[in-house]
Design a protein around this ligand. Structure first.
Ligand code: IVH
Length: 676
């Protein structure tokens, strides 16, 4: 049995390792998650039955082990150096000049440009292909032993693949966490009342430097190799590019944005390319690392005390800056939500001037203890809007003021309130000019009714001068009214009226989205119009009916129902209808799944009202009648069905349950979704 188990374990280990590699390194899985899980569970079981057969390179060893008291240290056999920085184009050219002075024979230098990954540097040591240790850079001479933690990172091979794995091989590189995982981790931490990490780098470092490797195993870390320490088999390696190819052969995921550049002009171009890339990548980079590609030239240049002469870090402008909060104001949004916004002493962050930053809500202010006059660290990451990372409490001088969102709306002075279960404080007044303006701007936006020229300046004037109160009023405006406004000539007034006129033609889907119902974005609006072909139908829906639609959850359902119960909203819809807007769609794009079939309902339905059931039939292209005849195709029976069920049996009409009915209609929904 032992030898059979041994063979099976070996086979499973190879297979699982291969699928890990396909999934994590190549991003190209070959088998389903379920299949993978089965293989993994089988290996776990066999290893549990035969613990003496467990080897350190088994994929099951990636889950972490019992917590440590503290980290041991590991001395790096060759010091881990750092890099000199170049902060602008001039300094990059000076680096090239220096090199050419030292290597007068070389006319054009071949550089290799790698992204400077903003994470934590580690060294992995392999002996005869097996991972034996992992350590942090530490002070460059001695680091912390994080071996057990590195083993949990799926892009780090436990055993090197390919040839050339004999002897001691030390691989250096960066451990990072991608933005999306970082955000998810922070959300989770907040839920558990733990303080969030300030940035992905801290999250990566904090996760790697965990005494409990089981926690590291749960954190989605990635590793990219970029260099070596001791390296046993250098045959066939003459350049940094060769090393990178070797890393690939070993089974590492290498960064795809590495580029070889001939001459410094190309490097400078590449620096700009990388700066652009920074906005698009899902992980943080803080510069471009430029290295001489040829290893013989590298050795000729050698190293200074802490950094090599053959490489330089061309930094990007920092994304974090410190500045001061001058004031905090409350902005009122379309749904009446009060959002605290900090006005800042303007500061350039990552090349863009930032003078305002949203503080999101009162919870956020309290959690970060943000006060007026505080000095704060501001960050602008990717295309993410700027945010306050933290308050620099050591710079407090006593003049800082705590802030709470006001009890009265700053715009209309009505009361504001915050429901217990929500984070937002809201202004109660639907007619609050701030809400009115935001609603109109949303209505006119490009993705909604697309009314060209309806910007904030114009909307401010229209509302402040009482020319409009609701979106329906837009359609009652005249050229002469507009002409009286500031900076508005006859031509522009005419153009705006024309734009408003054109918007009457917009589809029901756009109109529904434009109404600004909470939680009804473009996607939900599309789904709703697939099931209901007029606003009048939506007036009658129940939350249960809405929730029977795939993708519609309780929040959307409640919000839609309450919107269509509000008399002011109904009045607006009535006026929009009178103004000739598309409050319904033509029947043509309706589902035909029920294909003119005739339905009769009898008994008490569990999840639908009779009127709702009838509408479902009609929207799916069928007909609903009240009495059973030979023309009836289906009788749907609920609880306590009456004589109609007997009649159906008599006439041989098909009888179906409510569940069956919903299934058929739902199938229609799926089909109509696909058609779009
Ligand atoms: S090479 C001798 N390459 O930047 C060269 N470093 O200040 C040593 N880093 O501690 C480093 N991406 O953590 C190199 N592609 C890259 C890098 C990189 C990020 C980090 C590394 C190092 C620091 C150097």
């Amino acid at each position: 049995m032992d030898s059979r188990a041994r063979a099976k374990i070996e086979e499973l280990k190879k297979e699982i390792d291969y699928h890990n590699y396909r999934y994590y390194v190549l991003d190209d899985p070959e088998i389903s998650d379920a299949k993978y899980d089965r293989l993994y569970r089988e290996l776990t079981r066999l290893e549990a039955e035969n613990p003496e057969l467990i080897t350190p390179d088994s994929p099951t060893r990636r889950v972490g082990a019992s917590p440590l008291e503290s980290f041991n240290t590991i001395d790096h056999s060759i010091p881990m150096l750092s890099l000199d920085n170049a902060l602008n184009e001039n300094e990059i050219r000076e680096f090239d000049q220096r090199i050419k002075r030292l290597l007068p024979e070389e006319k054009i230098i071949e550089y290799i440009c790698e992204l400077k990954l903003d994470g934590i540097a580690i060294e992995l040591v392999y002996e005869n292909g097996m991972l034996i240790s992992g350590s942090t850079r530490g002070d460059g001479i001695t680091g912390e032993d994080v071996t057990r933690n590195t083993k949990t990172i799926k892009t780090i091979p436990l055993a090197l693949r390919g040839e050339n794995t004999r002897g001691r091989i030390e691989i250096r590189g960066e451990v990072i966490m991608v933005h999306s995982d970082f955000e998810k981790l922070n959300e989770k931490r907040l839920k558990h009342d733990e303080s969030p990490f300030a940035n992905p780098r801290n999250a990566a470092a904090g996760s790697l430097r965990q005494l409990d490797s089981a926690i590291t195993a749960k954190r989605p870390l990635m590793f990219f190799p970029y260099g070596v320490g001791e390296f046993n088999n250098k045959a066939g390696i003459a350049t940094q590019s060769d090393y990178i190819n070797r890393f690939k052969e070993f089974g590492f995921k290498v960064n795809p944005h590495t580029v070889v550049c001939h001459g410094i002009d190309k490097v400078i171009e590449q620096h700009l390319v990388a700066l652009d890339l920074r906005e698009k990548l899902d992980y943080e980079i803080d510069g471009l690392v430029v290295k001489i590609n040829r290893l013989d030239l590298q050795s000729m240049l050698g190293i200074k005390s802490k950094s090599p002469r053959w490489a330089i870090a061309c930094k990007f402008p920092p994304r974090q800056e410190t500045t001061q909060i001058l004031e905090i104001v409350a902005q009122v949004g379309r749904t009446g939500t009060l959002t605290p916004v900090a006005n800042l002493k303007p500061v350039k962050v990552g090349g863009v001037v930032v003078s305002r930053v949203t503080l999101h809500n009162q919870d956020e202010i309290d959690r970060k203890d943000i006060r007026i006059n505080d000095w704060v660290v501001i960050e602008r990451a990717g295309d993410v809007i700027p945010k306050v990372v933290k308050v620099i409490k050591s710079r407090r001088r006593g003049g800082e003021l705590e802030y709470s969102l006001p009890q009265k709306c700053p715009v209309c002075n009505s009361d504001t309130f915050k429901p217990e279960d929500q984070v937002a404080r809201r202004c109660v007044n639907l007619a609050c000019p701030a809400q009115v303006k935001e609603r109109i701007l949303h209505f006119a936006a490009k993705t909604a009714m697309d009314i060209d020229g309806m910007g904030d300046k114009l909307v401010d004037q229209l509302v402040d001068k009482h020319l409009i109160e609701t979106v329906a009023d837009l359609y009652k405006l005249s050229v002469s009214q507009l002409q009286k406004l500031e900076r508005m000539g006859r031509k522009s007034a005419e153009n705006i009226i024309k734009a408003i006129e054109n918007s009457r033609q917009r589809s029901l889907e756009r109109l529904l989205y434009a109404l600004g119902i909470r939680f009804v974005g473009e996607h939900v609006a599309r789904i709703l119009t697939q099931h209901y072909n007029s606003l009048n139908q939506l007036k009658e829906v129940s939350t249960d009916e809405l929730m029977a639609i795939p993708e519609i959850g309780p929040n959307v359902a409640k919000s839609v129902v309450s919107f269509f119960q509000n008399p002011q909203n109904l009045q607006i819809i009535k006026e929009l209808e009178e103004q000739g807007l598309n409050i319904k769609t033509e029947q043509t794009d309706k589902s035909t799944v029920l294909d003119n079939k005739v339905f009769v309902f009898t008994g008490v339905l569990k999840s639908l009202r009779r009127s709702e059931a009838r509408r479902l039939v009609e929207n799916a292209g069928g007909r609903a009648t009240s009495s059973v005849s030979k023309n009836t195709d289906y009788v749907v029976i609920g609880d306590n069905p009456g004589s109609k069920a007997d009649k159906a049996r008599e006439l041989g009409v098909t009888i179906i349950s409510e569940e069956e009915f919903l299934k058929r209609v739902n199938k229609g929904w799926q089909q109509s979704k696909k058609a779009i």
